[in-house]
Design a protein around this ligand. Sequence first.
Ligand code: PLP
Length: 422
Amino acid sequence: MTVPHYENLFSNRANKMKASVIRELLKLTQKPDIISFAGGLPNPLAFPVEKIEDIVVDILKDEPTRALQYGSTEGVPELREQIAIRLKKKWNIDGDAENVLITTGSQQGLDLLGRLFIGSASTIIMEAPTYLGALNAFNVYGPQVVSIPLDDDGIQVDILQDYLKNAMKHNIYMKFLYTVPTFHNPAGVCMSLSRRKKIIDLAHEFDLIIVEDDPYGELRYTGDAIPPLKALDDGGRVIYLGTFSKTLAPGFRIAWTFGPKPVIDKMVIAKQAVDLCTPPFTQFVAKEYLKRGYIDQHLTKIISLYGQKQRIMAKSMDEYMPKEYIRWPVPEGGMFLWATLNENINTTDMFSDAIAQNVAYVIGSAFFADGSGTNCMRLNFTHPADDMIVEGVKRLAGVIGTWGKAKAREQLPREEEVITGV
Ligand SMILES: Cc1ncc(COP(=O)(O)O)c(C=O)c1O
């Protein structure tokens, strides 16, 4: 009997897909006593279980045939319409149901955009750090990734502008800029309004398309709302991705892409080959969730729950972290706090010590296309219980303090050897 050699049969594309180191590290965070700041999970207390129950009963009574049947690839028309209405009401974004494609999570939206735009000789621009899932989705299609650094106000537009000028001189054309401007994953920061305007100007000047990924925009705990790039887009240059994963339930796998019609039409064709349609049943639930106005009532609850957790983490960081070795901007929303340690502290090397102290984070290098960011870490504050946030920060502060001191000792100048005798 012969055994097939699957490795020889896989395509080049498949062979380039590697299990990420981070998956292996995340397995360690599943130990029972670990306080994990590593996940990117909403808190189960934020799931509107009763509201879903009400809606599901009504759907099965009133419209079971459509909800349980295959649906159109574009998505349930009433849900597409509700999304367009909400974007108009909230941000004065023009468009209608025709500009909306329902996807199976916005992760699928990222993959579909990768399929449509990226070829093996394509260049795309991403932020550094960037969302790991977007890196994985785009990398499958083999682009050249140009990384533009972030600071506390989002992507550094001056560096972006210099890069675009230089690229134009050398006839290098970008397929798109991928950005998470509002409460970034992993960096937590929110791009300032002036930078948003500047990015739209640059998009016009350099004929650039922008993919705006906005899963966290509705989760603001302090400060004033800033409109998404899509609301400032006066030339059909922004393809906007939204999701119900953080405002309803990630298990529903419902998200949307809102964009210019030619892009949506092409995405529909690509999606047909992938999954025919996103489950109509959960789309019907989401449609009712919007139509009945439950989303805004429920958002108030989520914001209060997560806002409290954000304050607890910010306070504990301030109280316990050894500030000579670590700094962080306090996020005004979203789910993550991003910390930068002194250059000589490698968070991958430090990880096993953190696990030994029963606390976990995500290593910084996972979020950089070139594997840099080794002195950074991402901390999630929405999932752990309030008292666990305090305890976890204390433990992590202890580990960082130990590493900081050890690294500082390594750098002390060695005493001159004293030569005695004749
Ligand atoms: C920036 C960003 N984009 C996309 C996603 C994927 O979201 P979805 O659950 O809609 O696939 C996530 C998930 O955490 C995310 O952080």
